[in-house]
Design a protein around this ligand. Sequence first.
Ligand SMILES: Nc1ncnc2c1ncn2[C@@H]1O[C@H](COP(=O)(O)OP(=O)(O)O)[C@@H](O)[C@H]1O
Ligand SMILES: [Mg+2]
Length: 228
Amino acid sequence: MDNLSSVTTTLDAVAFDVDTAEGGRRRILHPLSLSLSQHRIAVIGANGSGKSTLLRLIAGLVAPTQGSLQLSPSGVRSGFIFANPQAQLIMPVVGEDIAFSMRRSISSASRRRARSREILDTMGLGERENSSIYDLSSGERQKVALAGVLAAEPELVLADEPTTLLDLRSTVEFTELLMGLQAPMIVATHDLQLAARAERVLVFEEGRLTADDAPAPAIARYREVAGA
Ligand SMILES: Nc1ncnc2c1ncn2[C@@H]1O[C@H](COP(=O)(O)OP(=O)(O)O)[C@@H](O)[C@H]1O
Ligand SMILES: [Mg+2]
């Protein structure tokens, strides 16, 4: 494929600590140096291994305690997809929610509406434009959340367990949407079929990167440490 945008995320000895309830500090990401530029990167590992922390650092939602992190080209816009779409749906009606994501980029309400319809159509949700977000299935809701993220035209998509709450059919459909995105994507997931579709897979264990490989060997490593 040509015409793919390219974004490089560079971490230079990035570490992240949090304050503990006892007044101490806990290191949840140990110093990590990496250069990420593949189109599809998956991050896997047990709960609490540091996957979300890595994504939040890349998104700029939190700053490293130590080290430096850079996205290139500078000023890259990233879009974040959470496990629970409820966390990012703001407006009560599907079309309005997506149009809301474009409030800064497109000034005309009718153009926002047209663009929102276009995005919904590409996701097979054209008929849901006027639906209440509360009437959607969880799979549809996650697609609407993705549509809202795409409406802002992110140059890098960060997805944190985007299929965790979906049933099998929705997972399959949603995976296809993710794989078809134009923008590069970094996805944290427990879904090994999704991870298997990545070009590069990072395995985290207790805040440390323990494998950085093609899907098959990386997933094998994860299975081995998980004893599964
Ligand atoms: N802001 C925070 N305050 C305290 N502990 C945190 C915070 N963020 C993450 N943690 C802890 O750091 C560890 C890694 O978290 P996280 O990155 O969410 O892991 P994962 O996404 O792999 O489940 C977990 O033990 C989590 O409880
Ligand atoms: Mg997480």
